[in-house]
Write a protein that binds this ligand. Structure first.
Ligand code: MG
Length: 375
């Protein structure tokens, strides 16, 4: 059995002149074999940058085109393939965007392996341990307060018990941010948990502490990425001094980075993104590290239904992790790219009996939004 073709796909719902919001562009990957199967992967990263890694001409043994490394390999040899990829991309990799590209490959190879043997990825990872996952809803707050209020009321009616919001500049304006939190808390009452995501905009320990005290009365469940990802000691001081969970980790890539972050930042929850941290293999290792340091693991996930399905398979295989992020993006790349998008009902995601990660893609949508630029 051999890999015969690699198809990196850049999707974008906006024109080049318009900026994208989270979820409005995507990088997906298909790896084909000589027995007419293909695996599907994704990375939530800079799609154009990733695509070029699969199409550039190779220069030498440490700077190779990723497709070239994959083609001709037996797709079942995942560990060997991942090692070959790391070795062949050392001059532009080892962390960052390269690991994002490898994440898409890793997910696609596990999907393929599941299809070859007719089992779910959770089975390959050691066994499906649960049938249901608790889900929390994530949305980007609107500048229009009425929209925020009706959205959270709707989400409460839908059965979500935990809501998270952030992005689009939330964290930049203390007064406006407080108004949003106050109105949302007022709209959902005290029986719904609320979390906020600052995307690093609370600068440092002192600034973040000051902002926290202004909103402490709204009883937040967690504060996500209050400061820049690398500010480990600000994280540690916040974790030690604030009576609220501090979380982060979506911007790290390698196992070493995760271990360093978990150890030094003292976060309550680490949030690796399976499409950026190296895929299934690294997620399993991060789970072990999180257990070692007494930290919970709640994966980050705000992109397409491919990411969602891969995250479900990972979580289903874990012993303790049972909370999944469920995007409220209205982008067609979330709502329609995967024709059998995993639903969320009453705040619960069912772990389906998938083969591989179990996604079926909408080919018409891919052709509509595919960006075809060749170097
Ligand atoms: Mg976040």
């Amino acid at each position: 059995m051999k890999i015969t073709k690699v198809e990196p796909i850049w999707l974008r719902t906006k024109t080049f002149d318009e900026s994208c919001e989270w979820g409005e562009d995507a990088f997906i990957l298909r790896i084909y074999t000589d027995n007419n199967l293909y695996g599907i992967g994704e990375s939530d990263s800079a799609a154009a940058v990733l695509k070029i890694m699969f199409e550039q001409p190779s220069t030498h043994g440490s700077c190779r085109n990723l497709s070239e490394i994959l083609i001709g390999q037996d797709p079942r040899n995942i560990k060997k393939i991942m090692d070959d990829l790391i070795e062949g991309s050392a001059y532009y990799g080892l962390s960052g965007a390269l690991i994002c590209a490898l994440s898409a490959i890793n997910i696609a190879l596990y999907d393929l392996l599941g299809k070859i043997y007719g089992v779910s990825v959770a089975t390959i990872l050691g066994g499906k341990r649960k049938d249901f996952l608790n889900a929390y809803a994530t949305f980007i707050p609107s500048k229009n307060m009425e929209e925020n209020i009706s959205r959270v009321k709707y989400l409460k009616e839908e059965g979500f018990k935990l809501l998270k919001f952030g992005g689009a500049g939330f964290g930049n304006n203390a007064l406006a941010d407080k108004e949003i939190i106050k109105n949302i808390r007022g709209a959902v009452g005290d029986d719904i948990k609320l979390s906020i995501d600052l995307v690093g905009l609370w600068k440092n320990f002192s600034y973040a502490r000051e902002r926290f005290l202004e909103i402490e009365e709204y009883n937040l469940e967690w504060i996500e990425e209050p400061v820049g990802a690398n500010n480990f000691y600000d994280y540690a001081r916040l974790s030690e001094h604030l009576p609220c969970k501090i979380t982060g980790g979506e911007s790290f890539y390698t196992l070493n980075e995760f271990e360093n972050f978990i150890k030094k930042s003292k976060v309550s929850i680490v949030q690796p993104d399976i499409t950026r941290c190296g895929g299934f293999d690294t997620m399993l290792e991060i789970e072990k590290i999180s257990l070692k340091y007494g930290c919970d693991l709640v994966p980050h996930g705000f992109s397409t239904g491919i990411l969602l399905a891969a995250t479900v398979q990972f979580l289903a295989s874990t012993k303790y992790c049972n909370l999944i992020e469920y995007s409220q993006s209205t982008s067609v790349l979330f709502t329609h790219l995967v024709k059998n998008l995993i639903p969320c009902k009453d705040g619960i995601v069912e772990v389906n009996d998938a083969v591989g990660i179990g996604v079926i893609l909408d080919e018409n949508l891919i052709e509509k939004y595919r960006i075809n630029i060749k170097i």
